[in-house]
Design a protein around this ligand. Structure first.
Ligand SMILES: Nc1ncnc2c1ncn2[C@@H]1O[C@H](COP(=O)(O)OP(=O)(O)OP(=O)(O)O)[C@@H](O)[C@H]1O
Ligand SMILES: [Mg+2]
Length: 376
């Protein structure tokens, strides 16, 4: 369970829910599904003019009361996590609630009204996930907008976030093959966003935003910070630097220049976390001003002889040597200081696909057998 984290997010406006509800309903009546340019919502003056049509997106609208019932009144026993948006509760919905709604477990995210996020993030999530569907993006089932309340209803991901799984203490280490499956799934999700009509830049790629299904299928969640580019463009200059400490690309922090390659850098950071089993910025290193994981590990990624020093010791050598060398080289490229040498996400997908069943020798733990004098 993650607590609220230090972020640089800040928000421009909070609009009255009545206006938005009206816009959504009006556009639903129109019955058309028109592709929305997400960047429109950053213009507070034009928000009422947005012709939002969510009819084609098949999102359900729920009341607060219905979601209360679905989550046992947002009970503590149903509480599954909490992030910058607010608390997340497990719930259950079926066709008694809405005709045609599949019986399923859901995750209900509720905006913390005293928190730092707000209407903008809620709306961004609906606009992006309402339009884009992919096996590696978490599925948004519906939403609730009642007075100042904002809620989002997602498919339930049984294993929670990669952050919870990878850094969980007192549990068996996540095997190499599972780490590679997650890396590939997340890469496919990101490649899909980058190749979408509007070149969506995700901007908040990190371990806690990668959710895992029961079979470790990775799906991206949290599009509150995402930006779409103009068609054919994959670069934006933004004056508001947002993201999560440790994951944001250096050129983005320094200049506000946002490209799909900024996401590739963040992807490299997550790959490094998978490889090392360490958090990019631990609370301890933050407090003591220690070097970040990237500064420490990046020079070692190129040196095959030193790879052993950075690979997660909890794997006890159970990883394919050649595969790990290739993953380290790929991570090194993703973490380039300059965006140009970084690969595209579809390059990353191709490389990782070729490594999924890498079957070279494992460097297992060395076992010494003491032979007694009486034994043969
Ligand atoms: N669809 C889901 N299925 C299952 N668990 C979920 C789902 N969405 C969120 N969670 C759980 O809730 C936790 C909080 O998620 P949330 O995205 O709100 O915050 P976060 O990613 O930890 O932080 P941030 O606000 O920085 O994104 C996740 O770590 C995860 O354990
Ligand atoms: Mg998140």
């Amino acid at each position: 369970m993650s607590s609220k984290k230090s972020k640089w997010k800040f928000f421009i406006f909070i609009l009255s829910c009545g206006k938005i509800k009206c816009t959504l309903e009006e556009s639903e009546k129109q019955g058309s599904f028109q592709k929305l340019c997400f960047s429109d919502i950053s213009l507070s003056s034009s928000i009422e003019d947005l012709s939002i049509s969510l009819v084609g997106s098949r999102l359900y609208t729920f009341t607060l009361e219905e979601l209360r019932e679905a989550t046992h009144d947002f009970s503590w026993s149903n509480h599954i996590g909490e992030g910058g948006f607010g608390p997340v509760h497990k719930g259950f919905v079926d066709d008694k609630l809405r005709h045609g709604l599949k019986a399923q477990t859901v995750a209900v995210k509720q905006l913390d009204l005293d928190g730092f996020q707000g209407h903008r993030e809620w709306l961004a999530e609906i606009i992006i996930l309402g339009q884009l569907r992919h096996p590696h993006l978490v599925k948004l089932i519906g939403y609730c907008c009642e007075d100042e309340h904002r809620l989002l209803v997602y498919e339930y991901m049984a294993r929670g976030s990669l952050e919870n799984q990878l850094f969980r203490r007192y549990s068996a280490a996540m095997p190499w093959s599972t780490r590679m499956k997650i890396a590939l799934g997340a890469a496919k999700g990101l490649a899909f966003l980058h190749e979408a009509d509007k070149h969506v830049i995700y901007r908040d790629f990190k371990a806690s935003n990668i959710l895992l299904d029961s079979d470790y299928t990775a799906k991206l969640s949290d599009f509150g910070l995402a930006k779409d580019g103009l068609e054919g463009e994959d670069t934006r200059v933004t004056t508001r630097i947002m993201g999560t400490h440790g994951y944001a690309a250096p050129e983005y922090i320094m200049t506000g220049h946002l490209t799909t390659k900024s996401d590739v850098y963040s992807y490299g950071v997550v790959m490094l976390e998978l490889l090392t089993g360490k958090r990019v910025v631990s609370n301890k290193s933050r407090c003591h001003g220690q070097r970040s994981l990237v500064e420490w590990a990046r020079p070692l990624l190129r040196d095959q002889g030193k790879l052993q020093r950075i690979v997660d010791p909890r794997l006890e050598g159970q990883f394919p040597t050649k595969g790990a060398i290739k993953v380290a080289a790929l991570t090194y490229k993703c973490l380039s200081q300059h965006p140009n040498p970084r690969p595209t996400m579809s390059d990353v997908v191709k490389i990782l696909e070729s490594l999924q069943d890498f079957d070279d020798e494992f460097i297992g733990p060395i076992v010494y057998v003491a032979v007694s004098e009486t034994s043969h």
